[in-house]
Design a protein around this ligand. Structure first.
Ligand SMILES: Cc1ncc(COP(=O)(O)O)c(C=O)c1O
Length: 372
């Protein structure tokens, strides 16, 4: 039997997304308009926050959040070194400084026990990342933040619909940032959203995304801003997707559970865990291929690819080892848990349209590689 390749991610686009786009095109209002506002209202309601502001990427969302938190030259932000580069770049874009704290080996998220070691009086905010869709330990992070009066900004770009102690991501810090990039659990090709309970933050975000415009009605510019607006066309897609978030995430979790059950006993392969007080959005299902596995990680990836299964390494290099981060003064060996993770991780497909037979095929293929 010839199988179609199994993709790592695949946007699920139905008739409702297509119809929604057509009706926006017919309406004549295609840039930022009523659909963007509708998306903001629906997103805030979904996350349980007072406000949401839609932007044109997750990166723009993080930049906007940092601006609203008044991060500027001389200020530092604590974040994890094991994440997508877009978590950290906006801190530098604001002229800020980055203090990294290493991650927990089991969840891959920032280790709240290490925040104290990363702190100095220049630190004004913490930017924890809900990596692969699992929320960080927000109680521990918030306790630390309270002690030093720091702003918590969630990088929830991978964790839409996830929960920490029954509370949805988006509502766990002062500001949260989401991405609607094409490979995310819900998407609009490109896009981003911030959520917050603070009216002040929401107002600043609306100004920042519009070149720093005065949002009190005067056609005036009161601060530096950018063009971070999104469009009604993309908002219409995102609205249709938002309505399916829980269904998509349940399918991801079920796929993850099946896959984990099939491969968890393989020597040298570590399956991901979800802490009992959390619900993961399973944006990625990321295993570790350790030294005790039958072949190297690179060989594993190439054999999976030869069998038509796409995998990826998120992330091959911890952020402190990128050239443009060199001025922060970190060196190889400074964050050993992140560095080890970068050597071992591989993400496997769990997207919602995978079939049972595709999951069985992945399990059998992985076993074949492990026991050959
Ligand atoms: C953890 C994390 N932060 C930030 C981003 C940036 O989002 P975007 O690609 O929409 O700019 C992404 C997604 O790409 C991400 O996964």
């Amino acid at each position: 039997m010839i199988r179609e390749a199994i993709q790592l991610s695949k946007p699920v686009i139905g008739d409702d997304e297509k119809q929604a786009v057509l009706s926006v095109l017919d309406s004549g209002i295609v840039a930022q308009g009523p659909k963007v506002r509708e998306l903001e209202n629906a997103f805030a309601q979904y996350c349980g926050t007072e406000h949401a502001v839609a932007l044109n990427s997750g990166t723009a969302a993080i930049h906007t959040a940092l601006h609203a938190a008044e991060i500027g030259p001389g200020d530092s932000v604590i974040t994890a070194p094991f994440t997508f580069i877009a978590t950290a770049n906006p801190i530098l874009m604001q002229g800020g400084n980055i203090k990294f704290a290493d991650i927990e080996p089991d969840t891959f998220n920032i280790d709240a026990q290490l925040l104290e070691g990363a702190y100095d009086p220049s630190v004004k905010a913490i930017l924890p990342v809900d990596l692969y869709g699992q929320p960080c330990d927000y109680d521990a992070i918030s306790n630390f933040a309270e002690q030093y009066e720091l702003t918590v900004i969630e990088d929830a770009c991978q964790s839409v619909g996830a929960e920490y102690k029954g509370r949805k991501t988006g509502s766990l810090g002062r500001i949260a940032c989401f991405s609607l990039y094409a490979t995310k659990n819900i998407m609009s090709a490109e896009g981003g959203v911030i959520t917050t309970d603070s009216e002040e933050v929401a107002k600043d975000a609306r100004s920042f995304r519009q070149h720093g415009m005065d949002m009190d009605g005067k056609y005036d510019y009161i601060q530096l801003g950018y063009n971070y607006r999104t469009t009604d066309i993309l908002a219409a897609v995102a609205l249709a997707q938002l309505a399916k978030t829980d269904r998509f995430n349940e399918a991801r979790a079920a796929n993850a559970c099946r896959l984990a059950a099939g491969i968890r006993r393989i020597p040298g392969l570590v399956v991901p865990i979800v802490k009992p007080d959390r619900l993961s959005a399973f944006h990625q299902f990321t295993i570790r291929i350790t030294e005790d596995f039958s072949v190297s990680r690179e060989e594993f990836i190439s054999r999976m690819s030869a069998k038509g299964i796409t995998t990826a390494i998120y992330y091959p290099r911890p952020l402190h080892l990128y050239p443009h981060m060199a001025r922060l003064g970190y060196n190889k060996g400074d964050f050993p848990i992140a560095e080890q993770a970068a050597k071992e991780v591989v993400s496997l497909p769990v997207h919602p349209t995978l079939t049972d037979s595709e999951i069985e095929y992945m399990i059998e293929t992985i076993k074949d590689i492990a026991y050959a």
